[in-house]
Write a protein that binds this ligand. Structure first.
Ligand SMILES: [Zn+2]
Length: 317
């Protein structure tokens, strides 16, 4: 199971969509949101159908649980509130879990494990991709012995992330009735620190973590995908894979359960770095985000002042 982690608006949906085109890979979207948005609220799958009408997810539900039901979703949401929160990371990172918590974590992750297994069977895939992003879910899954958990940690320049969080966007899966969350720059900067640092901790605890910079990915996607392919032990591909060039990708239909509106896109898409923040993010916000994220910013190869050109994947630093 490949877990795509990082703070939202870092490019995880784009990367999941591209990985989902590889033979043997099944992208599931943000499974963490499936329980409420799909099972309870019947929002739209990436294929455009309502969740309850999507043949893929119906089959996965039957294979995993004998069918989806509201009681199951409410139980998992309740477990999530009890154990899978960023504030519980210190306990989840401890060498041992207390008995009660261990039981809850086992039950919670068992529900995900069943989905991963069922999706792999239904899609005939050897790797499933969950782009739930939240470090807290990855920290829970590390306790699940029956999951081969490998994390692709996606990092994006925090000023680009901050700019994206300030913009108003409608959630098409709710048929235009809801807007995506917005955060002021200082808040997204602090979240950026916390979420990215958490994946560093996860790596130190022994979970395999492969770090990808969004800017690097879009600059040289074929090389970045090849690195992830090797990390995930997927069979070799022609280089570059047919659907992918260094300027664009051809995306087929997907069954991404929840996430960024980009999951509804099909056909040819252009791959270019979204760096609108350089022109649009006001200088005081840019300086504030830079100051708040300075320690990790440097560690990931971003510069505080004039922005360095992204280093192509595979190039030596
Ligand atoms: Zn679908």
């Amino acid at each position: 199971m490949l877990f795509l982690g990082g703070l939202g608006r870092s490019g995880t949906t784009l990367i999941e969509r591209i990985l989902g085109e590889l033979p043997g890979v099944c992208g599931l979207g943000e499974v963490v949101h499936l329980w409420r948005r799909d099972v309870l609220d019947d929002e739209r799958c990436g294929c455009g159908e309502r969740f309850s009408r999507c043949a893929f997810w119906r089959e996965v539900g039957i294979e995993a649980f004998g069918g989806w039901n509201a009681d199951l979703a409410l139980r998992v949401i309740g477990l999530r509130d009890a154990i899978e929160r960023t504030r519980y990371l210190p306990e989840l990172a401890a060498p041992r879990l207390r008995t009660v918590r261990a039981r809850l974590v086992a039950e919670y992750t068992e529900a995900y494990l069943r989905i991963y297994r069922a999706a792999a069977t239904v899609a005939d895939a050897s790797v499933v991709v969950d782009s739930s992003k939240h470090a807290s879910l990855a920290f829970c899954l590390r306790w699940q012995r029956d999951v081969d958990l490998r994390v692709v940690h996606v990092v994006r320049d925090p000023r680009g992330v901050a700019y994206s969080w300030t913009r108003t966007r409608v959630r098409p899966e709710a048929d235009g009735s809801a807007e995506m969350t917005r955060y002021p720059p200082a808040r997204s900067a602090l979240l950026w620190n916390a979420h990215n640092a958490a994946f560093g901790v996860l790596e130190r605890l022994g979970t395999p973590v492969h770090r990808v910079r969004y800017e690097q990915f879009v600059a040289a996607p074929a090389a970045a995908v090849e690195e992830i392919r090797r990390f995930a032990d997927l069979p070799p591909q022609p280089r570059p894979p047919e659907f992918l060039t260094d300027r664009g990708a051809r995306l087929g239909r997907c069954h991404s359960a929840a996430g960024n509106p980009m999951r509804f896109l099909t056909g040819d898409i252009e791959l270019r770095c979204d760096d609108a923040w350089r022109a649009e993010l006001p200088a005081p916000s840019r300086r504030l985000v830079g100051a708040l994220t300075a320690p990790l910013l440097g560690a990931y190869g971003y510069s505080l002042g004039t922005v360095r050109r992204p280093v192509p994947a595979g190039a030596s630093r």
